[in-house]
Design a protein around this ligand. Structure first.
Ligand code: MG
Length: 185
């Protein structure tokens, strides 16, 4: 979209992701390392929660998905923190004249319990998204023993994200600067 075209006041996207739990991998959810005998399989750190949020933000901006933005199986994303990818998406969102305004997500996992880690996840995510803590909500639920999630074979996450236009000014026009960079010290 050209910056001269009218922008919508609010745009919303949804993201859904799932990864297999395997031995020999660390478990990272929402940028937080969680002690658990198994971790999620994938090219990056396989942070399924952050991936769902990425896809929701990309969806809100009409920019495809994590695969179309970062590719699949590329060496440069092997083992990378998904928070790094999220930072890049926040820059992309800014380049389109928007900023994240709210995120709500649910992690679907039979184990481990994520409740004790939710605040840390929200803190990590809100720092990268550069929005207040209460604009990033994370919930956890189980599958009550049903299906592959219930059997502990993997973890899924779903997220809804909204973006709002950035007020006109230098803060809105540079895709290479973040809002934090413009905060006066
Ligand atoms: Mg994924």
């Amino acid at each position: 979209m050209s910056r001269h075209e009218p922008r919508h006041a609010l745009r919303v996207g949804v993201g859904l992701d799932m990864h297999r739990l395997v031995s020999g991998r660390p478990l990272t959810l929402g940028g937080v390392s969680i002690p658990f005998p198994r971790g999620l399989e994938g090219d990056s750190d396989a942070d399924v929660l952050t991936h769902a949020i990425l896809d929701a933000l990309l969806g809100a901006c009409g920019e495809g998905d994590i695969g179309s933005q970062f590719g699949v199986g590329r060496p440069e994303t092997r083992g990378i923190s998904s928070l790094v990818l999220l930072k890049q998406v926040v820059i992309l969102v800014a380049a389109k004249g928007y900023r994240p305004s709210n995120v709500d997500a649910t992690v679907l996992a039979e184990a481990p319990r994520i409740g004790p880690h939710i605040l840390a996840m929200r803190e990590r995510l809100s720092a990268v998204l550069q929005i207040p803590l209460d604009c990033v909500n994370v919930k956890g639920t189980t599958a009550k023993g049903l299906g592959w999630v219930g059997a502990g074979e993997g973890i899924a996450a779903i997220a809804v994200a909204s973006v709002t236009p950035v007020p006109a000014g230098p803060l809105a026009v540079s895709p290479h600067r973040t809002r934090r960079a413009h905060v006066k010290k």
